[in-house]
Design a binder for this molecule. Structure first.
Ligand code: AMP
Ligand code: TRP
Length: 333
């Protein structure tokens, strides 16, 4: 059973329950979460309030929350050790976000790269929540006195803003919030899209050729790698100036844990077709047991609901303590 008060440093991270999960999410985020469970007390959030900053269908949002929880567990997050919970069910997230809203400058939010990207993508729905997204993320992190935030590179700007807001509140009101640290997994912090290696692999991409979804069938995975964009070179070496090839090798390395030297040696004398086939093989091999566990979990719905209920209860209790501290420091209530 989970220890209610651990002396281990805390980790908090989250993913939006939107669309499909892909190997970029797995390698950039979830894989390192799994490893961190030994040394840290971990909180893994399903950030559904973030998801509604772009339009969602209520039925699929509800189902996607369950699917994401099942993927967390199937990938190796152990609900007996770590807390898995749904953001919207812990009211403190929205409450702290409101307070932080009074400390953040609109100009700081307008500078965020993700806001600029998303408001370009969703021109007819540039809602205030889209702009405010990083403040809610700061609340997610700061509510749990988080020490470390493991995310992919695209989220580092948001974690930096979180630290700025915590320091700002502390300067005005005393030492109230813990200032967290960002943890990037450098090598896999930005897995590129298969159909355009200059872009990041993304679940909101218009073409499914962009990504390998965690629940893609073996045949689909083979086909997607076969069609992956590379260059006209011949040698198979880790060269960041050849982004398509580099991405395939990075994926191979992440799934095999072999050294770059060993991998280059392994592929010496081979062409891109052989490389693509091999990358597909190691990815299929790694995803197979995850997919089996995922489907088994989706067949045991009540167990999944129980895990989310217990996680939410635990998260809520901790969030309340921080929030009371913030209320007191600000003179609220
Ligand atoms: P999102 O898909 O935006 O909800 O991201 C969930 C987590 O996966 C975050 O920690 C992201 O930084 C990470 N992530 C998303 N896309 C990639 C990618 N292409 N490469 C590495 N990490 C990623
Ligand atoms: N914004 C993150 C993303 O799109 C998800 C997220 C929300 C998150 N709250 C968080 C990540 C808190 C880490 C910590 O990927």
């Amino acid at each position: 059973m989970r220890v209610p008060h651990s002396s281990k440093p805390r980790v908090l991270s989250g993913i939006q329950p939107t669309n499909v999960l892909h190997i970029g999410n797995y390698l950039g985020a979830i894989k390192q979460w799994v490893d961190m469970q030994k040394e840290y007390e971990c909180f893994f959030c399903i950030v559904d309030l973030h998801a509604i900053t772009v339009q969602q269908k209520s039925k699929s949002l509800h189902e996607n929350i369950r699917r994401l929880a099942a993927f967390y567990i199937a990938c190796g997050i152990d609900p007996a050790v770590s807390t898995i919970f749904v953001q919207s069910r812990v009211s403190g997230h929205a409450e702290l976000a409101w307070i932080l809203n009074t400390l953040v400058k609109v100009s700081e939010l307008e500078r965020m790269t993700q806001y600029k990207d998303k408001s370009n993508q969703h021109r007819t729905n540039i809602n205030a929540g889209l702009l405010d997204y990083p403040v809610l993320m700061a609340a997610d992190i700061l509510l749990y006195d988080t020490d470390v935030v493991p995310v992919g590179e695209d989220q580092s700007q948001h974690v930096e803003l979180t630290c700025t807001l915590a320091r700002r509140l502390n300067t005005q009101f005393g030492n109230v919030l813990k200032v967290p640290k960002l943890k990037l997994c450098v090598e896999t912090a930005r897995i590129a899209a298969l159909d355009d290696p200059l872009k990041k692999m993304s679940k909101s991409a218009s073409s499914a050729m962009n990504y390998i979804a965690l629940d893609d069938a073996s045949k689909t995975i083979q086909q997607k790698f076969q069609k992956a964009v590379t260059d006209s070179g011949r040698t198979i070496v880790f060269d960041p100036k050849r982004p398509g090839l580099y991405n395939l090798l990075t994926i191979y390395k992440a799934f095999t844990d072999e050294s770059e030297q060993a991998i280059e040696e392994h592929f010496r004398g081979n062409g891109y077709a052989a490389l693509k086939q091999e990358v597909a093989r190691v990815v299929i091999q790694a995803l197979e047991p995850i997919q089996d566990r995922y489907h088994a979990l989706l067949d045991r719905r009540s167990e999944l609901e129980q895990i989310l209920d217990a996680g939410t209860k635990h998260a809520h209790a901790i969030a309340r303590v921080t929030l009371e501290r913030v209320f007191r420091a600000l003179g609220l209530g």
